[in-house]
Design a protein around this ligand. Structure first.
Ligand SMILES: Nc1ncnc2c1ncn2[C@@H]1O[C@H](COP(=O)(O)OP(=O)(O)OP(=O)(O)O)[C@@H](O)[C@H]1O
Ligand SMILES: [Mg+2]
Length: 346
């Protein structure tokens, strides 16, 4: 970054953005996390075009509860932008809230994006960020950002492994000497756990649950491994598929373990694949040092135990796992050398 821009950076408000499938976070450099909102936009579609009704928490409350002409849309699916127009609305709204009005100098922006985003998707994110007020926009890979935010020694000549388990995808990164050695993502994360639970309850009880209800069950009693000492149950409302009438479903934490297992197996498979693509010396480092977990889904009880057993590697959960990515993205403003090398991998 030119010296002049660095001086402007100190004057203006540099911001780091994690546009996630479930949550969008905006951090103002030097001030900390400013906005954290569900990645949901509620719109009314009619003859006059699309009208935005709500963004973030308010819009998430409407998911599954809207009449026909109103939709609560999640513009990011499986980690990638599915609705460019509404992703821009989301981004712009979060940036405006973070800056609380027009700043004197247009901010520099760093946005973290998942591995495998296409050229077209990247250009769309850059354009959205500029439309939201960005002066100079940089995109960086999520893994390197998350690893920095998790305080992994990515600059050392030793391999570190970060596994970011989000809502739409799990991204696995192996880093060494300030760069990404391997980055890969698996479409198996929090949303998939919720959908698997919906399918299990439908199959066993013939009751259809909403995805939000399935997420609530996960947050209350969901587990990756059985806990014989404290079995738990949740009573929720669903729709009886033979009568069409609302009916109570009782879901146990055992049910969640069963439903989630195939999804967790896909994550383990992804970890294996990433390791198989890692040069032997670096793979040996990982065998010894293990992996660090982050992202909202890393908080699922028993997940760390499950991954430890399934992979045979040491596993720890990062401090503040839900914010690693945005924190690390912000740190890149102070680390131009790493920023140069942090461009997302195709
Ligand atoms: N305590 C918890 N236990 C289990 N799952 C949780 C917990 N807290 C949050 N989650 C889940 O974490 C997911 C959201 O995580 P996160 O905010 O890291 O995702 P994201 O960054 O928006 O998504 P992605 O990185 O896939 O684009 C949701 O599926 C949510 O249900
Ligand atoms: Mg994420």
């Amino acid at each position: 970054m030119p010296v002049f821009d660095q001086a402007l950076g100190r004057l203006g408000n540099d911001i780091a953005i994690d546009l996630g499938t479930s949550n969008t976070q905006v951090l103002v450099h030097g001030r900390g996390l400013a906005v954290e909102e569900p990645s949901v936009v509620a719109v009314q579609r009619g003859n006059g075009g699309t009208q935005v009704l709500a963004v973030g928490t308010e819009a998430k409350r409407m998911v599954g509860r809207t009449p026909e002409n109103i939709q609560a849309v999640r513009p990011i699916r499986e980690g990638v932008i599915a609705d460019f127009e509404l992703a821009e609305v989301l981004l712009r709204s979060c940036v405006e809230r973070a800056l609380a009005g027009r700043p004197l100098v247009r901010p520099r922006m760093i946005v973290s994006v998942p591995v495998g985003t296409t050229e077209v998707e990247r250009r769309a994110i850059m354009e959205s960020a500029r439309a939201a007020g960005g002066r100079e926009v940089r995109l960086v890979g999520k893994s390197i950002a998350a690893a920095l935010g998790a305080d992994l020694p990515i600059h050392d000549p030793v391999a570190s492994m970060i596994v970011d388990l989000g809502g739409g995808c799990t991204e696995i990164g192996i880093l060494s000497m300030g760069g990404t050695v391997v980055a890969t993502s698996v479409r198996a994360a929090g949303d998939h756990l919720d959908r698997a639970l919906v399918a299990l309850v439908q199959q066993r009880q013939n009751i259809l649950l909403g995805e939000r209800t399935a997420e609530e069950i996960k947050l209350r009693i969901g587990r990756a491994t059985p806990d014989e000492a404290a079995p738990a149950q949740a009573r929720v409302k669903g729709r009886d598929l033979s009568t069409g009438i609302p009916r109570d479903a009782v879901v146990s934490s055992e049910d969640t373990v069963t439903a989630y297992r195939p999804i967790l197996e896909q994550i383990v498979e992804g970890i294996r694949k990433a390791l198989s693509r890692t040069p032997p010396e670096l793979a040996a480092d990982i065998l010894q040092r293990g992996m660090v977990l982050c992202g909202g889904t890393s908080l699922l009880p028993g997940l760390d135990d499950y991954l430890r057993q399934a992979s045979g590697l040491p596993v720890v959960i990062a401090e503040d796992p839900r914010r690693c990515t945005v924190i690390g993205t912000g740190e890149l403003f102070d680390d131009p050398q790493t920023l140069e090398r942090a461009a997302p991998q195709g």
